[in-house]
Design a protein around this ligand. Sequence first.
Ligand code: NAD
Length: 335
Amino acid sequence: MTQQTITVIPGDGIGPSIIDATIQVLDKAGCNFNYEFADAGLTALENHGELVPQETMDLIEKNKITLKGPLTTPVGEGFTSINVTLRKQFKLYANLRPVLSFKGTKARYDNIDILTVRENTQGMYSGAGQVVSDDGTQAEAMSIITREGAEKILTFAYETARKEGRKKVTAVHKANILKSTSGLFLKVAREVAARYPEIESTEMIVDNCCMQLVMNPEQFDVIVTTNLFGDILSDLCAGLVGGLGMAPGANIGEDCAIFEAVHGSAPDIAGKNLANPTSVILAALQMLEYLEMGDKAEKIRNALIDVIASGDRTTRDLGGTHGTTDFTEALLDRL
Ligand SMILES: NC(=O)c1ccc[n+]([C@@H]2O[C@H](COP(=O)([O-])OP(=O)(O)OC[C@H]3O[C@@H](n4cnc5c(N)ncnc54)[C@H](O)[C@@H]3O)[C@@H](O)[C@H]2O)c1
């Protein structure tokens, strides 16, 4: 079997430390990957004068599989978000963000298993048409949803539900107010739902969905929604299982995929050995499943479950007193 090469972007802030922890875990589990490292984000701006150098784009394109740390996009300096750029460039139309309860976390719930499937390239979040008038008194942005884009993400959500043996898909929208964009998404959601009679299909307005997620999250299985709503709802879902340290995300396109944590570069804890590496490790497990290496993913997941449940050397966000390196050691010991 040829050795799989993975493009690795360590990223900014806590990125390099949690990516390093993840690679140690993958290696210890015997994944036998070859890694090619690339810069993006503030690190790339400092080293190469641009946020996403062409070499990085070329490596993502060449290897097709990327494991990425969080990137800092400077705010309000005319920079387009790097993540949005990568998702558009590589047509990563589906963003899969699963959250699962782990025993031993400080989460409010212990029985959560929700997969948010977020459309990743369209809608308000894509940043299309952003302008501020010369006198600074008016700002505009454009939100575009296409039938093709909606159909693709909805079909992806149902196919994923079918593959994972999930029972219910909830389409989340705001079609009562955003009648054109959310209206089209909902219309297509109803059409796609009709093709999957074996899966229960429900729909929910996004504001009610937020309240329902906090009050009664057990009712959700798969949530499928547009870009901006998916961005916000998936952080809410992370909060249900113990916070952003527990939430991974996979960005999937036709032939390219980027795996990352849901969270950002956490500048408040960067360089302090405090970050919980679980989100990126869980993203690496999504990568292993994508590569049909489910046995390795299972092995690492079991080790994670054991470390977190026992509280052995866990990080502060999990209720422990240890740092990234001790937590990683605990995991390596299990493996
Ligand atoms: N995918 C990405 O690359 C991505 C995603 C979101 C934000 N960002 C960027 O990250 C930067 C910081 O954003 P922010 O502060 O709003 O959000 P953040 O997700 O970086 O942090 C939010 C809070 O969660 C905590 N946190 C995050 N990850 C953690 C972990 N692994 N372990 C323990 N605690 C953790 C942080 O300490 C902070 O208190 C911004 O520049 C933003 O653009 C990048």
